[in-house]
Design a protein around this ligand. Structure first.
Ligand code: HEC
Ligand code: HEC
Length: 320
């Protein structure tokens, strides 16, 4: 019995099973002196607010508008890929998504190129950290870990009002972007026009309920007459435009009015927007233009280029 190899095998198996740290721990990433709980929390929340809307972690979801994050991870990270290499690759693509840079050309054919997002290098590094160290590529991650991860990390980050407002704006933008992209891909630009309206998006998540938040989008050159910026909003728009003219990222702003706090956040254009907000005839094609003119006879929201300030998010929250 003592020399029976099977016995040893059994013994080792038992040992491994008991030592497995994942067994009773629903989380999939661990803080180390190099990567703190806060870093992972920020990475996860950035993905919640900016990526998972299109790259759903739910492998069973139908009507996808983009490949699931686990598929992206396995294309970008092999056993030899270092975290530094992955971060650099992710930054290179997100900073300017093009077909040439794509590592998954089939995804570009299937879904169209990903719209550019305005994330800083620091934010992309945190996203890369989370993707690299988590186990989201495992088939059971969504079913077994996703909810636990949400709970764990929402407790880990206490957001200031200006950050909470920004998260709400980003989430709304994500839902809007997903609907818009889905509609353009399946029906074409002129049929997608109704998907650029925010009013249909209910803010139901726990954060917006807790903050009693309201969100709207306004512009100095509005398309919908209801989206016209008021005097305070116009003042912020001017500040944001000056920052862009200096090649800087416009900073969000928070104002207190009575028992309300109002956060202002910039909205800039990427390539995708120009098919409805760019140069008439060449970028906004005649068919689309005709439809826009019939829906919005007083439209001012044309002639934009990439990287322009298209408008702002206005998030109204209760003062705590
Ligand atoms: C509005 C929808 C949308 C959002 C939001 C979005 N993506 Fe994408 N993404 C896509 C689509 C569509 C593709 C597939 C086409 C492509 O590869 O460009 C894609 C592809 C990718 C790829 C693979 C690129 C390649 O082809 O090599 C990476 C990496 C990626 N996304 C990362 C992210 C990250 C990180 C976030 C969050 C910060 C994010 N995406 C948010 C739509 C989105
Ligand atoms: C398919 C066409 C289409 C695309 C693509 C599109 N928009 Fe729009 N956009 C519209 C329409 C239509 C409205 C008016 C929505 C409404 O009635 O509230 C609008 C309104 C807006 C508004 C609100 C202010 C206003 O002018 O009424 C902002 C801000 C905005 N779009 C930004 C963007 C950005 C940024 C992009 C690219 C990421 C984009 N849009 C892409 C059609 C589009």
């Amino acid at each position: 019995m003592k020399n029976n190899p099977l016995f040893f095998f059994f013994f080792i198996l038992l040992f491994v099973a008991c030592k497995n740290p994942q067994k009773d721990n629903p989380s999939t990433v661990k803080a180390t002196p190099k990567h703190t709980e806060q870093d992972f929390a920020e990475g996860f929340q950035l993905m919640e607010n900016n990526c998972f809307t299109c790259h759903s972690p739910n492998p069973l979801l139908e009507n996808k508008v983009a490949p699931p994050m686990q598929a992206i991870k396995t294309h970008y990270i092999t056993s030899k890929t270092t975290q530094e290499r992955f971060t650099a690759d992710l930054f290179s693509f997100l900073n300017n998504p093009t077909e040439e840079k794509s590592k998954i050309p089939d995804a570009v054919k299937l879904y169209n190129i990903m719209p550019k997002m305005n994330l800083t290098e620091a934010q992309i590094s945190k996203i890369a950290l989370y993707i690299y160290h988590s186990e989201l590529e495992k088939p059971t991650w969504y079913a077994n870990h996703y909810e636990a991860e949400r709970k764990r990390f929402s407790a880990a980050t206490a957001l200031s009002p200006i950050e909470a407002g920004q998260q709400l704006a980003l989430k709304t933008k994500g839902v809007l972007g997903k609907n818009l992209l889905g509609a353009i891909n399946s029906k074409g630009t002129e049929h997608a026009l109704s998907f650029c309206a925010t009013r249909a998006i209910p803010l139901t998540d726990s954060m917006s309920v807790a903050l009693n938040a309201k969100i709207k989008r306004v512009s100095d050159k509005n398309r919908n007459p209801n989206n016209k910026a008021n005097a305070e909003e116009l003042a912020y728009i001017e500040t944001a435009k000056l920052a862009i003219a200096r090649n800087e990222n416009p900073k969000p702003q928070l104002t207190t009015l009575g028992n309300k706090q109002i956060g202002y956040y910039p909205i800039t254009t990427d390539n995708m927007c120009l098919q409805c907000h760019g140069k008439p005839q060449t970028e906004v094609l005649p068919k689309t233009l005709t439809k826009i003119k019939s829906l919005y006879p007083h439209d001012q929201a044309l002639e934009y280029s990439t990287g322009d300030l298209r408008g702002i998010w206005v998030v109204e929250m209760d003062v705590k």
